[in-house]
Structure formats: C-alpha cells, structure tokens
Design a protein around this ligand. Structure first.
Ligand code: AR6
Length: 175
C-alpha cells in the first residue's frame, strides 16, 4: 500500500473512494462534509437519508464508517466516518484511529483500490492536526491483511502547512 500526501481539494481526487469527515446525522454540515455534498449533489444525500431510515436510524456513531455511492463525484464511493469532537470531550486517540481503520475496512469491502482521506477531526471538531497526522500514520502503517487490495492511500490536505505536518508524521521528505 502506497501512501501519498498532497495539498488539494478532496472533491477533486481520482481515487476510487473519498472519505467524508461527517457528523452522526450523515445529513451534511460544513467543512469537508459541505464541500462533498455540494459536489456530489442530491443523490448522495438521498443515499444518506436511506441509511438513516434503515440500518442507521440513530445515526453513525463516532469512530464508525459506512460507504455509499458517490453521486456526481468522479469517485465510485464516499466513505462517511464520524471523527471525535475535541470540544465535546471526545479526546481518546483510539476513536480517531478507529475512523481511519474502519474507513479502510469499508473501502476493502466495496473493492476500492485507492482512497483519499481528509484530516479528519482537524477542523471544526478541534483536534490538533499533528495528533491527527500521528494517529493517521500509526493506523495506516499497520500491516492489516484486510487492506491487501488497496494500492493507494492518499491524504489530501487543504493547505501547505497541514501538508507539512502530515509529511513529517509519515516521515516523507518534502517533495
Ligand atoms: N478538501 C480537503 N480538505 C478540506 C476541504 C476540502 N474540500 N474542506 C475543508 N478541509 P472539517 P472535522 C479540511 O471541519 O474537524 C462538518 O460540519 C479542513 O481545513 O471539515 O472532522 C461535519 O458535518 C480541516 O483540515 O472536519 C461535522 O459536523 C479538515 O478538512 C464536522 O464538520 C477537517 O475539517 C466535522 O469536523
């Protein structure tokens, strides 16, 4: 599995799957979530509503992930995950590690061979980006046979500063 770290917009990636830093309602929000729903159109919202009416009546718990088709986006799948909210006292690293792990598991289940992640919880949910990067690196680097068919894991960071933080955590020299 190859890790790439890039600066950019998560809605403009050519990966099979992109990850949405959603909230438990799955019905949209600000930040990455807003950008993804805007780019994907109403079809994505319809898939999310369907989940809320069926398997996820109480919403998606923190640390869990679920895949839906990606609507108008160029990707096949959106994997929705709910990061821990620092401001609400959700400060355990295992919760964030679970988001990365469960998203990769969900990607493997639908057969996605490439996946793009944003910096989950590093925005509105208030986590220190360096801690997010450290947990991402630790989790993704685990030798997990479930992820054997995933060729590329891409981290898409919104600005250069955040990109440097991730490069450092992954031990990737500035390119
Ligand atoms: N592409 C890549 N990264 C982005 C983009 C984009 N288009 N837009 C923002 N970022 P956030 P969270 C960066 O707040 O902290 C929503 O309302 C952003 O700069 O999107 O997990 C949800 O509905 C930051 O580095 O996610 C939840 O209620 C990172 O993505 C809540 O926000 C994550 O910021 C989730 O908060």
């Amino acid at each position: 599995m190859r890790v790439r770290i890039v600066t950019g917009d998560i809605t403009r990636q050519d990966t099979d799957a992109i990850v949405n830093a959603a909230n438990s309602t799955l019905l949209g929000g600000g930040g990455v979530d807003g950008a993804i729903h805007r780019a994907a159109g109403r079809e994505l919202l319809a898939h999310c509503r369907k989940l809320r009416e069926t398997t996820l009546r109480d919403g998606l718990p923190v640390g869990k992930a679920v895949a839906t088709p990606a609507g108008r986006l160029p990707n096949d799948w959106v994997i929705h995950t709910v990061g821990p909210n620092w401001h609400q006292g959700q400060r355990e690293p295992r919760l964030l590690a679970s988001c990365f792990r469960e998203s990769l598991d969900a990607a493997a289940v639908v057969g996605a061979r490439s996946i793009a992640f944003p910096a989950i919880s590093a925005g509105i949910y208030g986590w220190d980006p360096a801690e997010v990067a450290r947990i991402a690196a630790e989790t993704v680097s685990a030798d997990n046979p479930t992820w054997a068919d995933i060729d590329e894991v891409r981290f898409v960071l919104f600005n250069e500063e955040l990109t440097s933080v991730f490069e450092e955590a992954f031990g990737i020299p500035r390119g």
